[in-house]
Design a protein around this ligand. Structure first.
Ligand SMILES: *Cc1c(COP(=O)(O)O)cnc(C)c1O
Length: 365
C-alpha cells in the first residue's frame, strides 16, 4: 500500500515539540489568541516575505475575509479559474460577489490571463489567481490586467506555501489554508491571510473577531474565525521544517520525472518559467484516466483526482448558467488529470513501485 500522503511521518518529526507546546497552552489556558498565535503570524509572515499575517479559522474564510477587506461593491464580479477547489468560488459568493470563471492554460493548468481578460466586464472588481498544485499563477500578467481594469488582486495560495516566482509583483493580499494535507498542515482547521499593508491586515483582523479590537466595542459586523491556539503550536513546529519538506517534495518530483519520462501515454507536469514549485500535488495526465485510477487503486497505489469536476459544472454553481464546452481546457484536463502520491516522506522505492504499477496499468489499456 502506497499512501497518498503520510501525515503520521510528518507528525513523528514534530511530535515532541508539539506535545510540549500543547502542554504549555494547557497549563496557561490561553486557548484563544494565545501568544503562540501572534508568534506564528510573525514567523509565517517572515517566511513568506510579506509584512503582515492574520491567522484565521480556515482557508475558505481567509479568501472571503481578504475579499471583504477590499471593500468592493456588493454583487461585483470576481474572476477566478474554473479549475480550482470549489472553495475559491464559494468564498467569492460568501463575500457578496459574483464568480466570473475563466479558463486555464494547457501546459500548467494555471489561470490563463487572456481568458481572464476576456471574462472581465465593466462590473468586475477582483481577480483571484489560484496557485494550483504548488506553483504560482502568472502574477505579472495578472497584475497588468488588474491595473488596466482596476481590479483588486486576492491570491489563493492554499497549495503554494513556500513557492516563489522570479520577477513577480509583491503580494498585496494572499489567502492560504493549513488544512492537514496542505504543505503546511495543522491538526484541524486553520488558515491565514498575508497582507502587504497594515490597513487591510487590521480590517481582516477586525472581521475575524466580531468586528472588535477593544473588548465589547464592535466597530463593524464581523465573524468568529480566529486561528486556534493549539493549531498555532502545530504550525510553528511544522513551519521550521517547511523549507526542507518542500525540498524533499522537489526531489520526489525530479525522481518521478526520471521514472515516468519513458512511460508511454503519460504527460508529465511542467513548471512554468521563473517558478519555484513546491509540489503540493504531482499531477500527471493520462488517457482513460478513470480506468488508470481504478487500476492503481486496485494495486494499492493511492492516487487521486484534483479536481474531477470544474466549478462551472458543479450543481452548486448551476446558477452561473454555464454548460459543457464553456471552458474547454479545464474540462479536457478534468478528464485526464491524476494526482500521484506526493509528500516529503515518499521514498524512492515507493516511487519506483508507483511508476512500475502505472506502466503496467497503462500497458493493459
Ligand atoms: C484547500 C483549499 C482551499 C480551502 O481551504 P480550507 O482550509 O479547506 O477552507 C481553497 N482553495 C484551494 C485551492 C485549496 O486547495
Amino acid at each position: 500500500m502506497i499512501p497518498f500522503v503520510d501525515l503520521r511521518a510528518a507528525h513523528a518529526e514534530v511530535a515532541e515539540e508539539v506535545l510540549q507546546g500543547f502542554d504549555r497552552v494547557l497549563q496557561n489556558t490561553s486557548f484563544v489568541q494565545g501568544p503562540d498565535v501572534a508568534a506564528f503570524e510573525e514567523e509565517f509572515a517572515a517566511f513568506s516575505g510579506v509584512p503582515h499575517c492574520v491567522g484565521v479559522g480556515n482557508g475558505t474564510d481567509a479568501i472571503e475575509l481578504a475579499l471583504r477587506a477590499c471593500g468592493l461593491p456588493p454583487g461585483a464580479g470576481a474572476v477566478l479559474p474554473a479549475n480550482t477547489f470549489v472553495a475559491t468560488a464559494e468564498a467569492v459568493v460568501r463575500a457578496g460577489l459574483r464568480p466570473i470563471l475563466a479558463d486555464c492554460d494547457d501546459d500548467h493548468l494555471l489561470l490563463d490571463p487572456e481568458s481572464a481578460a476576456t471574462a472581465t466586464g465593466p462590473d468586475t472588481a477582483a481577480i483571484l489567481p489560484v496557485h494550483l498544485y504548488g506553483q504560482q499563477a502568472p502574477m505579472a500578467a495578472v497584475h497588468e490586467l488588474a491595473a488596466r481594469r482596476g481590479l483588486a488582486v486576492v491570491e489563493d495560495g492554499a497549495q503554494s506555501q513556500g513557492s516563489e516566482q522570479a520577477g513577480r509583483p509583491p503580494v498585496g493580499l494572499a489567502a492560504t489554508s493549513f488544512y492537514p494535507g496542505k504543505n503546511l498542515g495543522a491538526y484541524g482547521e486553520a488558515g491565514a491571510v498575508l497582507a502587504s499593508s497594515p490597513g487591510p491586515a487590521r480590517a481582516i483582523r477586525l472581521l475575524t473577531s466580531h468586528g472588535s479590537e477593544v473588548k465589547y466595542r464592535h466597530e463593524t459586523l464581523g465573524f468568529n474565525s480566529r486561528l486556534d491556539t493549539l493549531q498555532a503550536v502545530v504550525l510553528r513546529a511544522k513551519l521550521k521544517r517547511l523549507a526542507r519538506w518542500n525540498e524533499l517534495r522537489r526531489a520526489a518530483a525530479d525522481r518521478y520525472e526520471t521514472l515516468l519520462s519513458g512511460v508511454d501515454g503519460v504527460r508529465l507536469p511542467r513548471t512554468a518559467p521563473g517558478n519555484v514549485h513546491v509540489w503540493h500535488l504531482y499531477v500527471i495526465r493520462v488517457p482513460e484516466r478513470d480506468k488508470v485510477l481504478a487500476g492503481l487503486q486496485e494495486a494499492g497505489v493511492q492516487a487521486q483526482i484534483h479536481y474531477p469536476v470544474p466549478v462551472h459544472l458543479q450543481p452548486a454553481f448551476r446558477h452561473l448558467g454555464h454548460g459543457p464546452g464553456d471552458f474547454p481546457v479545464a474540462e479536457k484536463a478534468a478528464g485526464e488529470i491524476l494526482s500521484l502520491p506526493m509528500h516529503p516522506h515518499l521514498t524512492p522505492a515507493q516511487q519506483e513501485e508507483v511508476a512500475e504499477t502505472l506502466a503496467k496499468v497503462l500497458g493493459q489499456l
